[in-house]
Design a protein around this ligand. Sequence first.
Ligand SMILES: NC(=O)C1=CN([C@@H]2O[C@H](COP(=O)(O)OP(=O)(O)OC[C@H]3O[C@@H](n4cnc5c(N)ncnc54)[C@H](O)[C@@H]3O)[C@@H](O)[C@H]2O)C=CC1
Ligand SMILES: O=P(O)(O)OC[C@H]1O[C@](O)(CO)[C@@H](O)[C@@H]1O
Length: 384
Amino acid sequence: MKQVMIVGAGRLGKGFFGETFDNAGWKIAFLDKDPKVVEELKKTGSYHVEVHRVDSIEDRTVSGYEAYVCDEEYSCMEAFLNTDVIMMPLYPKDFKEAGHYLSKCFIEFYKKQPEKKLTAICVTNKNYLIPGIVENFREKLPEDVKAWFDTNVAIRDSIIRRGTDAATHYSTDIVTMAVASLLIQTPVYNDFSDVEWLELNDRIEMLKDLKVFAINGPHASTAFWGYLKGYKTIPDSEKDEEIAQIIGQVHQEILDMIGEEYDITKEELDNLENLPTPMGEIPDSIYRVAFDPIRKLSKGDRLTGAAENCLKHGLSYAAIAKGMAAGFAYSDPKDENAVVLQKDIKELGIEEVVKKYTGLETENPIFKKVVEEYQALETRGFIK
Ligand SMILES: NC(=O)C1=CN([C@@H]2O[C@H](COP(=O)(O)OP(=O)(O)OC[C@H]3O[C@@H](n4cnc5c(N)ncnc54)[C@H](O)[C@@H]3O)[C@@H](O)[C@H]2O)C=CC1
Ligand SMILES: O=P(O)(O)OC[C@H]1O[C@](O)(CO)[C@@H](O)[C@@H]1O
């Protein structure tokens, strides 16, 4: 039986990868740094995923897995030594710690089975992270293991095109949409062609920019605007006429920019970002989609990056700037970085904060437009 280790047993770890590998008959081992996640997984030895496909909604119960916490005793070691593939659905900031923790596992793996190869797939919405992640994984390894690691372990990026939500990362009741594959950077060292929704692709870097701009740019804007208007879910936000209009424009501005900036046909772009509609309504939370506005508003990311490319080609970024302004107004007290952002705005003022987090200079017309749109939100009483 083939085995996968899922590092990061949160929403995607359980709701996408646990469910999908289980469906394909693989043995699953979860590894998470939060003891609560492992405790919940072990409580009943099973969890529930509502899978929204194009023509069905399936209720899946996943069981028979192992679950380990990142403890000092390395209780996960045996499972690691038996693994063929490692899936890593983690936030970008968490790869360093995960890489350092797993160093001991790689050392042991090298000692016990130096001939075996491994593939580790990183799942984030941030492009160009792989060289840094590889370094995070290598830096604690002794020289001989480093040499082995370089030829035997493939650390690969991926493009994720599915929403998977739950009340918390430790929840064992998850809702996911299953309408498009995870695109995985080639080459890989292990065979997982029997697993549904995993697909190899040799243009990941370029396509990831496009996917993050075209899908996540409008999505983040929907979440930020939805929050300001008091909604809790993405579907409710999408039903608001004003929001729907702004988001339609954000999407169009991004598509126009992609047409100018990237070498991709309309058909290829359509296949990448125009996803089939899943059956039923998925109550994706604004909290998850807006999560960490500082990362989402950063230079090169889904909104600032898209606007800068629009400016470069003399295209409109007016709606994207509205999305960004709503991001700066996003103030959910449950979101740690939204709190940091709001504290900064109070202390430094909106101009300094836009400059600080987007990296845009004050004379940049995008900067000016975002500040103007933020002030318009203030005038409308949206700033809490
Ligand atoms: N949930 C979704 O629909 C989507 C998520 N993503 C991306 O996937 C990644 C994961 O997202 P979610 O599953 O939603 O997050 P989540 O917060 O639900 O789960 C992340 C899990 O990783 C664990 N973790 C953090 N650091 C760790 C470490 N050093 N070692 C082991 N476990 C660690 C956390 O305890 C948590 O259980 C993020 O980069 C996110 O941007 C991308 C697209 C869709
Ligand atoms: O996971 P992040 O980068 O915080 O952003 C969430 C985004 O990722 C997705 O879950 C998948 O692309 C979208 O549903 C959402 O816009």
